[in-house]
Every structure is written in C-alpha cells, then in structure tokens.
Design a protein around this ligand. Structure first.
Ligand SMILES: C[S@@+](CC[C@H](N)C(=O)[O-])C[C@H]1O[C@@H](n2cnc3c(N)ncnc32)[C@H](O)[C@@H]1O
Length: 477
C-alpha cells in the first residue's frame, strides 16, 4: 500500500487587523506621493472624516499626524536606511510598498513605539493595503531596519562630518544636501548654528495667532484660549501662541475674523513695513502679492487705524477670494483685486507703502510643509528669479518718491533675497532705481540676532519664526 506524503497542516487563515490610524497615515502618504498633494492640506479632511466615525479619538489623530509628518520629514534619511535593507535599488520598489516601509521605519526609528508593535502593525497594514505576499517582504525589510536604532543607522549611512560636512548634516538632519548648503550659505557661521537650524526645521511649529489691531487684542485672545492653553507672542504685540493641540477655530475672535492664524515672522514683516517712516502722505497702501491674505489682513487693520486704505492684489483668482475672506469685516477702506503684479493695474507712484511678498521656494517654512524639502529642486530658483525681480521692479514703480517698499520672501536663500534686491537696484534687466535702504532692524524692536542690516533675516532656531526675509527701500528719485 503506497503511503500518502504527509502534508504540513497549513496555518488557518487570519484576517488582517485593520488599524484605522495606520491606514489613514498610509492614505495621506499615498496622496502626497501620487498627487503631489501637500500633507498639511490632505491630512485635516482625512482626520475630520475619521473622527466622525466612532473609533477614532484625539490620541489617534495625534498619532496619525505624527506618523505622516515624521515619515515625510525624514523621508530622505529613511530612504538611505531602507536602501541598505532591500536587495534592489530603491526606485524599483513599488511606491505604495515604500510608503508602508517608510511608515514602519519611522515607527521603529523615530518614535517610542516598541519594536515588535512597530513591525507587526506595519505588517498588518501591508496585508490590508498591499496583500499577503508583499506583507512578507515588508516584514523581512523591517526586521533588518529594526537591527539598529537611529543613531546606529546614521553612523552606517552618513559619511563622517569631517569628510563631507554637508552630506553628513543632510542625512543626520534629514535635508537634501543642496538645501543644507543653501541654508548654511545664508546663515553663515559654524556647525552648531546650522545644526540648530536644521533641527528646528524638524520640529512642528507652534500655532500662532494674530489679533487684528482695532478688532481684537492679544489679551482678548489669551482670555479666550484660557490661561493654560496660550502664551503671549515673543515679539509681536498682536501675537498669541497656542499650546499643543490648541484649536484656533474654537476661538470666537478667530471665527469672527477679528483674529487669524499667522506666524510671528509674517507679523513682524507687516509691522516693520507699516512702521517704516515715510515722507509726506500716508494714505494709500498696496499689497502686490496678497494671497492668501495673512499679511494683507494685518496691514488693512493697521491702515484702518491711520485712515489709510489698502489695495490687496493677487494674481490667482481663487487666492484673491481667500484674501477677500481674510479682509472681510476690516473697519477701514480696502479693495481686493485679481491682477498680475508684473502688469500693474495701478498708475506709477500711486502708493505710499507697498509690500511684495513674492512667490519663492519656501525654504524658510520647511517646518510647516514636511514634504517640501524633498520636492524642491535647485532649478526652481531659476524659475522664480525673473518673476521676483519684476515684481520688485513694479513695486518700486508703484510707490511715490519718499514712499516705502518692503520686499519679503519666506525663503532665506541668498538667490531669492539680497541678490534680487541688488540686481534690481543696479538696474540689471531694467533701469536702475534710485532708493535708499531703510534699516529694518529697529522696526522689529526687541528682536535679537538680526545681523548687520539693513535688511533682516529671521530664523526658526533663533526667533521661533519662519525664516522670513525683509528688505525695506525708500524711493528717492
Ligand atoms: C508668498 S505668497 C504671499 C503670501 C501673502 N503675503 C500672505 O501673507 O498671506 C505669494 C503670492 O504671490 C502670488 N503671485 C504669483 N505670481 C504673481 C504675480 N505675477 N502677481 C501677483 N501675485 C502673484 C501667488 O499666487 C501667491 O499667492
């Protein structure tokens, strides 16, 4: 009698466990990856929808946010580590698989989640979103990632600082090398400063509110938020900083548009322009790149207190609508138009004060947009360069002799800041313009470490603000 070969009893099939936090984090990463979406725009509606369901509380939302932001922020570093743990070039790993691996790597290396929980949660996620076959691959890779902690991995994947400082800092602090290089050029100084800056980019910024002058006060915001949930701003008399988890939308002055969410760096820029001395009249103000309207709303409120009017102009009609919403209810005269600032819809010399907060790479706001640093390319600078120069030229045309122009960027990259101003003043690509520099530093009273002037560069690690740049120029002829 022939014997049947004995079959090993197969494991009974177990359904994958659906973990809503990790599934939501995966969906957010896919949207950022596939649709070039911004995490700060994709995540809130996903979280809102999840919280409408029964089983998703505030702690789940906080964990999902941490997983998404942390994974995106440190993506380059995690890529370098995962590349050591797979048997093929990373570009040959399917993007959804890589997203699950990145989420897993962040749990293993960037959070306090215990190793076994991080691996098993990632494998369960892979079973749900990728299928059982690819879940095995995820399991194998993450077990290799788990062999070292983050410091152990950094020693393995980053070159020693002395051999290649920029590459070392880029991997250790999760910034592309060219961004490290640009930020270091702008900041100057030694290793300690740039390391502090890169780490500040990896921290989530506080939510800062602005009390729009004449409509609300910092005191009102502090009372509305509650003593334990808010602190006064560091530099701006109108600023209030919310404690972690504070919901601006829950505050009445914000809901009524009398206050808004605005980084203190942006407040300082608007205040410095508003307080720069002009000669003669001070009735007509222009914000030439106003969308979505943060600075315009502060300027409009300040203008109203002085009997001046603000024209807020923005090229993109949908962003002009956001400006109109931000300015709604302003007590003084204002107008919002959709117009191209390089083809002005106003006559030359019509304004006493002009702000151009030009489109830029946003390298000064990396802490707000975790994916931005990996998306930006050095070539982007060339794309913005002519537009930035033309917008500044037109701003200088728009202001009358004796009036003031503020040129602002939320990038500290020298090619977007001083180089633009110098080129325009020297007449490169247009006629030379007669101006005098205004020292912006005394217009930010109490703010330390503002450099040699006359222009000002703010920094996240020194001022707790975005890295806003401001040059103030008075038209002299
Ligand atoms: C850095 S943002 C301004 C931020 C704004 N000042 C605030 O505080 O909310 C630059 C804005 O310039 C707009 N823009 C781009 N090209 C423009 C142009 N040619 N003329 C006017 N605005 C332009 C962009 O659509 C964007 O809304």
């Amino acid at each position: 009698m022939s014997q049947q070969p004995r079959r090993r009893p197969s494991k009974p099939y177990r359904r994958p466990q659906k973990d809503p936090v990790r599934i939501l984090a995966f969906e957010a990463l896919r949207a950022v990856d596939e649709r070039d979406a911004y995490a700060n725009l994709v995540l809130p509606p996903l979280l809102r929808k999840a919280r409408e369901g029964a089983d998703f509380d505030a702690r789940d939302a906080a964990l999902a946010t941490e997983l998404v932001y942390g994974s995106l922020r440190r993506q380059g570093t995690y890529d370098a580590i995962i590349a050591q743990c797979v048997d093929r070039p990373l570009r040959e790993v399917d993007p959804p698989v890589l997203d699950v691996l990145t989420l897993g790597a962040h749990q293993l290396l960037g959070t306090r989640i215990p190793t076994h929980a991080a691996v098993s949660a990632s494998v369960e996620l892979a079973r749900v979103v990728l299928g059982d076959g690819r879940a095995k691959f995820v399991n194998a890779v993450l077990r290799k990632v788990a062999a070292h902690d983050l410091d152990g991995w950094l020693e393995r994947v980053a070159p020693p600082y002395d051999e290649d400082p920029e590459e070392h800092l880029g991997i250790v602090h999760a910034h592309p090398r060219w961004v490290v290089s640009a930020l270091w050029d702008a900041l100057g100084g030694g290793r300690a400063g740039i390391e502090d800056l890169l780490e500040a980019d990896n921290e989530r910024p506080e939510v800062t509110l602005v009390a729009r002058p004449g409509r609300s006060t910092a005191e009102e915001l502090l009372v509305a938020a509650g003593e334990d949930s808010a602190l006064p701003g560091r530099w701006s008399p109108y600023a209030v900083r919310l404690a972690e988890g504070g919901e601006p939308g829950a505050l009445e002055p914000v809901r009524e548009g009398r206050a808004g969410v605005q980084d203190e760096g942006s407040q300082l820029v608007a205040l410095a322009l508003a307080n720069a001395p002009v000669e003669g009249t001070d009735r007509a103000w222009l914000d030439g790149c106003a969308g979505p309207g943060g600075k315009a709303a502060l300027l409009a409120a300040l203008a109203a207190q002085r009997g001046a009017a603000l024209l807020a102009s923005e090229k993109q009609p949908h962003r002009a609508r956001l400006v109109a919403r931000a300015l709604d209810g302003n007590p003084g005269p204002y107008a919002v138009i959709a117009a191209d600032g390089t083809r002005p819809a106003w006559r030359a010399g019509a304004f006493d004060r002009v702000l151009v907060d030009v489109p830029c790479t946003g390298l000064g706001a990396l802490r707000r947009r975790p994916e931005a640093r990996w998306r930006r390319r050095p070539e982007d600078l060339d794309g913005f360069a002519p537009l930035q120069r033309e917008l500044l030229r037109q701003a200088l045309e728009a202001v009358r002799v004796g009036g003031v122009v503020g040129y602002a960027t939320c990038s500290p990259h020298p090619a977007e800041t001083r180089a633009v101003v110098d080129d325009v003043l020297k007449g490169r690509g247009g006629a030379p313009v007669e101006v005098e520099w205004i020292d912006a530093r005394p217009l930010m009273p109490g703010v330390p470490a503002l450099g040699d002037g006359p222009d000002v560069q703010l920094w996240p690690h020194l001022h707790g603000t975005d890295a806003m740049y401001l040059a103030l120029l008075r038209r002299t002829g």
